[in-house]
Design a protein around this ligand. Structure first.
Ligand SMILES: [Zn+2]
Ligand SMILES: [Zn+2]
Length: 273
């Protein structure tokens, strides 16, 4: 058996992750979809070239919510490449109301409903609602030939629905936005600190690490920490926090489980799911 035949046919790649822009690729090695377009079209084209996928092989764009760091490249990208856009109807309205996205062609829109699965290039996609102050905010669970991935970003609180969707995946992209102490001691205005740490804001390192340690099992292949704050977190803090919670729960992650933060601006290459 050669190396490539043992690799999973289902891949993930992060092109950017964090409050300055988010964009992920989910799919096969030759076709798939984008989740969020929070970086510009040129950056996406370059990132796709690095993983050897032409834009013509992107079958759909899924949007998590209408915040600028998730949609700002959408208008320019879809002007050149009219790729179908899938999102909650509230999010699609938010895109049309957005300053930098108001000229996105509504003909490309496909409304999707939480907990109503659909399929794109053989991948089953199940959107689920998340608590966040963006319009129509949703996470996504993917299943391709039994390989599973849940993307849970921009979440104020891990409620029952989100927990279930994370538990059913062997690959997890979960937000670890801020270190509690850095946020408290930092110079953000009080109102912004309250928004970030509130039930419709973002997940702290502690919140996501505690949950991941609680549900960890050796079948989990990748735990990817996403949307790290530039000012209130560091990749080291996020990783230390997850290991702290593993120790507290006496959990020893399996050698086949990779745990890592997604870089803010750099691409990751293919991660086999
Ligand atoms: Zn965001
Ligand atoms: Zn957001």
């Amino acid at each position: 058996m050669d190396l490539f035949s043992c690799l999973s046919p289902f891949v993930f790649s992060s092109f950017a992750s964090g409050s300055s822009g988010n964009c992920y690729y989910v799919g096969k090695q030759d076709e798939g979809l984008l989740v969020d377009v929070g970086i510009n079209a040129l950056q996406i084209t370059k990132a796709l070239t690095k993983v050897d996928i032409p834009m013509s092989r992107i079958r759909a764009i899924l949007i998590t919510h209408d915040h600028i760091d998730h949609v700002k490249g959408l208008e320019v990208l879809t002007k050149s490449y009219p790729i179908p856009i899938y999102a909650h109807s509230d999010c699609l309205q938010g895109i049309l109301d957005g300053k930098v996205t108001k000229l996105v062609d509504p003909e490309l829109f496909h409304e999707i409903e939480p907990m109503q699965p659909f399929e794109i290039c053989g991948i089953t996609i199940e959107p689920f609602p998340v608590m966040h102050d963006g319009r129509g905010a949703m996470g996504y669970h993917f299943n391709y030939e039994g390989h599973t991935l849940t993307i849970a970003t921009d979440i104020g609180m891990l409620d029952k629905v989100v927990k279930e969707q994370i538990k059913r995946a062997d690959n997890i992209v979960i937000e670890a936005n801020y270190d509690k102490e850095m946020l408290e001691k930092g110079n953000y205005p009080f109102i912004l600190k309250q928004r970030i740490s509130g039930p419709f804001g973002h997940l702290s390192n502690d919140e996501s690490a505690r949950f991941v340690a609680e549900v960890y099992h050796p079948g989990i292949k990748n735990i990817m920490l996403c949307h790290l704050s530039e000012n209130n977190n560091t990749p080291e803090q996020a990783m230390q926090c997850i290991y702290k919670h593993f120790r507290m729960k006496h959990v020893h992650p399996d050698v086949n489980t990779s745990i890592f933060p997604l870089p803010r601006h750099r691409g990751t290459g293919f991660i086999y799911l």
